[in-house]
Ligand binder design. Structure first.
Ligand code: R5P
Length: 320
């Protein structure tokens, strides 16, 4: 793939953080970018230690770094890498953040709480990030938290294509909460299926309740979609409410971000999830001995296309 260069003639350079190493080779191959040698370690006291092992002066840097669990480590590493690139005089720093941690903290919930997504945006800009490209970010508010451009790509076309290989004719796409309705509509359009919506109340970090469902689910096979699965609580509670409403068993689940807190896969398996589709914005963790093995769809081609278009000065809108 052809790549452009900056005015100084320096070629664009890929720098990869610990949370995205599993994508590095495919993105390097898909973009033709040179990957800068970079060391990311921890000091004995847990502090993050980052070093670029080659020059980036005058280069456009594509910094591929998901802020996936361990979120705080990966976030500090992203900031440290951006700061290192800026101090080494990179021409522009574009952060490719396939999973944007803390995006769920996009407003105060009425108590004395921070807005972490906004704080992360400020830190990222302070560290020198000029442009952010992310995937199915939890909140559209993120764009407003940055002054710099933000492009939100979507893994839905790739996940829908994987589901398309065996679409249940009697299926219904289910949004497990109001925040997932936009995604649900995209899946429904791609698969030609109707949509149902669950009304979710969050009772705690890992406890949710579905108060009611709109849409016709009785006698139908449900495809529950979401932007992320963390504890699995949302999916399991949705399955319970859908079963009460007469939905068929053998639920299919599709989510962009496989955050998978410890025990999440086991919980989904116990609840009877039949098939699970996720992308690799986060390195997928298989649970030892588990029956439920996720089908993993790679976002590397999406990222590569986005980088290609960006460097050619094209629009990323079609990838959103
Ligand atoms: C919340 O609004 C998100 O879209 C997900 O539904 C939620 O974060 C999933 O978390 P968990 O798997 O812990 O229920």
């Amino acid at each position: 793939m052809h790549t452009s260069s900056t005015i100084s003639g320096a070629p664009p350079t890929l720098v990869v953080g610990s949370g995205s190493r599993h994508l590095a080779e495919a993105v390097e191959h898909g973009t033709g970018l040179r990957r800068a040698a970079c060391t990311a370690e921890r000091f004995p006291d847990g502090e993050v230690s980052v070093r670029l092992d080659g020059p980036v002066r005058g280069h456009e840097v594509l910094l591929l770094a998901a802020t996936s669990p361990p979120v705080n480590d990966h976030l500090v590493e992203l900031l440290a890498m951006a700061d290192a690139c800026r101090r080494a005089d990179a021409a522009r720093i574009v952060a490719l953040i396939p999973y944007f941690g803390y995006a769920r903290s996009d407003r105060r919930d009425g108590r004395r709480t921070p807005i972490m997504a906004r704080l992360v945006a400020e830190l990222a800009e302070r560290a020198g990030i000029d442009h952010v490209i992310t995937v199915d970010v939890h909140t559209p508010a993120l764009e407003g938290f940055f002054r710099s451009p933000v492009d939100n790509l979507s893994a839905v076309p790739a996940l829908a294509a994987a589901l398309q290989r065996r679409p249940p004719l009697d299926g219904v796409i289910v949004a497990p909460d109001l925040g997932a309705v936009r995604l649900a509509n995209r899946y429904a359009t791609a698969l030609g299926l109707p949509v149902a919506v669950c009304y979710k109340q969050r009772l705690g970090g890992s406890e949710v309740r579905i108060a009611r469902i709109t849409g016709d689910v009785a006698g139908r096979r449900c495809i529950i979609i979401d932007d992320m699965i963390s504890t699995g609580g949302t999916i399991v509670e949705s399955m319970r409410a859908l079963a009460d409403a007469g939905a068929l068993p053998n639920t299919i689940v599709a989510a962009t971000h496989a955050v998978f807190a410890p025990g999440a896969l086991e919980k989904l398996e116990r609840a009877g999830v039949d098939e699970l589709f996720v992308s690799d914005t986060i390195v997928p963790v298989a649970e030892v001995g588990g029956r439920l093995e996720p089908h993993v769809v790679s976002i590397a081609p999406l990222i590569s296309t986005a980088v290609h278009r960006l460097l050619e000065g094209g629009s990323l809108r079609e990838l959103a």
